[in-house]
Structures are given as structure tokens and as C-alpha cells.
Design a protein. Sequence first.
Length: 227
Amino acid sequence: MENDGRHKNGFQAIIFDLDGTLLDTLADIGDSVNLMLGEYGFPGHTTDDYRRFIGNGIQMLVTRALPIQGRSKEMVTACVQRAREIYWENWNNKTRPYDGITDLLDHLKKKGWPLAVLSNKPHDFTVRYVNAYFDKWDFKVVMGQNDHFPVKPDPASALDIARQIGLAPETFLFVGDSAVDMKTAAAAGMHAVGVAWGFRGPKELRENGCQTLVNHPLEIIELLKPQ
């Protein structure tokens, strides 16, 4: 675990990103978007390509996956809708929680920590995944991309979660795997925890405001101990 030394005891709640943080959804997302691209006669991409495409919501994901000549407003709208349909049918073929996540959640549940999920994945998909994989743990708020808030890294959704839980933003750990998450944490005044096992890797996290870098989920427990 790498720590910049700025944190102190006083954390009281945790917000988790979903894709690349709690769940490895990369293959199912990539496969679904590739199926959509094939239907429109566009070339597909490698799984590693999708590491770079994911993180800013489904519209940006599809836009990045489309060739430049296929990025008209009408085409993007149609492709987003079709990608959603395909992904809804293929959302859970290869997805799995990262090693150590369920052990971490067991510990947090035992200690009574308020938990939330905040994702740029569409809200219906976010809820579907949390219900499927994490129904035994009590997440106080589960929020995906919706019409009420801009996508991360705008901090509005994170701040609303803090309001719903009833704790000050500075008492939250914000745990994620991308620059988007680190920037969201900074904008919301939360402690940015970057996970090295996610889609983007330590370099991106360090360069975008990561305050603590963890290599395994159980390292997060160390942050919760009195300093």
C-alpha cells in the first residue's frame, strides 16, 4: 500500500466505483460492444482497448469504440441503444468480483461501515450488478448514470451520496480504479483510494490525485484503523 501521508483517522464511510473496482466486467462489456459493432459492419477491438474506452459512461464508451466516420449523432444514438440491448442479454457471462472483495465487504459489514456504490454505468445496470453480486451486504446508496446528475468526475453525485448517508464528505473514502474516480474524490473533498487491480493501473491513478494506492482489497482495512 502506498500512502501520501495526508490522511488521518476520521473516515466513517466508503463509496466504491463498480467496474474495475468491485467487479471485473471488462470482458462482458467488450464482447457486447464488439457484437454491436459487428452488426453495423464496424471493426471490433481487443479487451485491452476497452480498458481505455470505459469510465465516462456508455455514450462515451460507444463513441470511442466507433470509427471516426461512424460518429454522427444519429449513429452514436442508435449504437448506444443497440449496445445496451446486447449487454443486457450478455451482462454476466464472464463478470466476477475481484479476489478479496467479498472478504473486505464481510469485514466492513461486521464493523457497520456505511457503504455506497457510484458508477458511470447506466443506473439500471449498476443496480442489477449490485443486486446479483452484493445483495448480502447493505449498500446504503447504489447510484449509476442517471438524469439527475452529471457523470463523474463531476462531484455532484458523490456529494449527494454523502448527504443521503448523513456524513461530511471529508469522512468518506472514495475507492476507484481510474483518473475519473480520483478526480471525483478530489472534487468532492473525499480521500482518493486507487486500486491497482483495476482497468487502468497505478500510473494513471498516481498522476490523477490518488492519495492511497492499494494492491489488494484487504489493504483498505488498514486505512480504517486509528492513526
